[in-house]
Design a protein around this ligand. Structure first.
Ligand code: PDD
Length: 287
């Protein structure tokens, strides 16, 4: 008999097991997981793994999909159906399926639950243990590669949700030196107190926004003064205007940061002009 997986309430052939394309685990890494070792078909360290699972779910405000007792029954049934004695059980629980967006879905979604079971070759593992392993070292960079447009978007999703809960439209990440890096799904700009357009340089750990790049070209064409230099939230408050850029929002004026007005707290003329210029350029060059 072949392998069996559990997907959202059903046991299915492993090869036929699929999740929805808008599962937030798939699109945003908005999910948690646990792995149990199996000894004689029984879950090892069950309590510790259940406790960590519940904590992980709680930290992300993902509802527990079922009681611990019910989950134990499902996990054991998955093990039984796979006839595995020595192996591993993998459990993934995600926020569920919703139209793509960073913040949590407005409508409550049923958490997604996937379980797979795999066998291990215990004698081979023992032989390996008897020999020991070698290791290498690598710089701690989890996750220091925001320049890559990956779907590892959980921090962005949590930041966007925090903004939403405060009635804001975007969250700006601030680095350890107090400078804004970028938005949860946009690049950040100001027109500073001296009237200079500023956006962070892309040597920093940020996404190289395509909208940002094109707007820089547009600005050069207009002969406007631009500096690729970081700014602090305080500088944004003291700025004449602020705005964000991205494929989703194009050029969008920012009127307040952390509840305090940027400039006079109103949409500024320069940001709106840049929005118009960007849209003109984007329309003219669209293929
Ligand atoms: N996000 N920074 C981050 C973290 C982003 O996710 C995005 C875009 C940008 C702007 O990049 P661009 O100008 O190439 O769209 C900057 C997209 C729109 C999204 O996740 O929906």
């Amino acid at each position: 008999m072949g392998r069996i997986a559990y997907v959202n309430g059903q046991f299915v052939r492993h090869g036929d097991a699929v999740v929805h394309i808008e599962d937030r685990g798939y699109q945003l890494a908005d999910a948690v997981y646990e792995v149990w070792a199996l000894f004689d078909g029984k879950l090892a360290d069950a309590e510790g793994h259940f406790a960590r699972l519940e904590r992980s779910l709680s930290e992300l405000s993902i509802p527990t999909p079922m009681s611990r007792a019910a989950l134990t029954i499902v996990l054991k049934e998955a093990v039984r159906q796979n006839r595995v004695r020595d192996g591993l059980v993998y459990l993934q629980v995600g926020r569920g399926v919703a139209p793509r967006g960073h913040a949590f879905p407005d409508q409550p979604t049923a958490p997604s639950v996937v379980i797979t079971v795999s066998a291990v070759d215990r004698p081979a593992l023992e032989a390996k243990a008897a020999k020991g392993v070698t290791v290498i070292t690598t710089p701690e960079n989890r996750w220091g590669r925001c320049d890559i447009k990956t779907v590892g978007l959980l921090p962005n999703a949590l930041a966007k949700q925090a903004a939403k809960e405060k009635g804001a439209g975007e969250a700006w990440f601030v680095d350890e030196l107090g400078f804004v890096t970028e938005g949860a799904s946009s690049n950040a700009w100001i027109i500073d107190a001296d009237g200079v357009l500023r956006t962070r340089d892309t040597n920093a750990n940020i996404l190289r926004g395509v909208t940002r790049r094109t707007l820089l070209d547009v600005l050069a064409g207009e002969g406007m003064k631009v500096e690729e230099r970081p700014f602090t939230p305080q500088e944004a408050l003291e700025a004449q205007e602020a705005f964000i850029t991205g494929a989703g929002i194009l050029v969008l004026p920012v009127v307040a940061v952390d509840g305090k007005p940027v400039g006079n707290g109103e949409v500024g003329p320069v940001a709106m002009k840049l929005r118009r210029l960007y849209i003109e350029r984007a329309r003219a060059t669209a293929v």
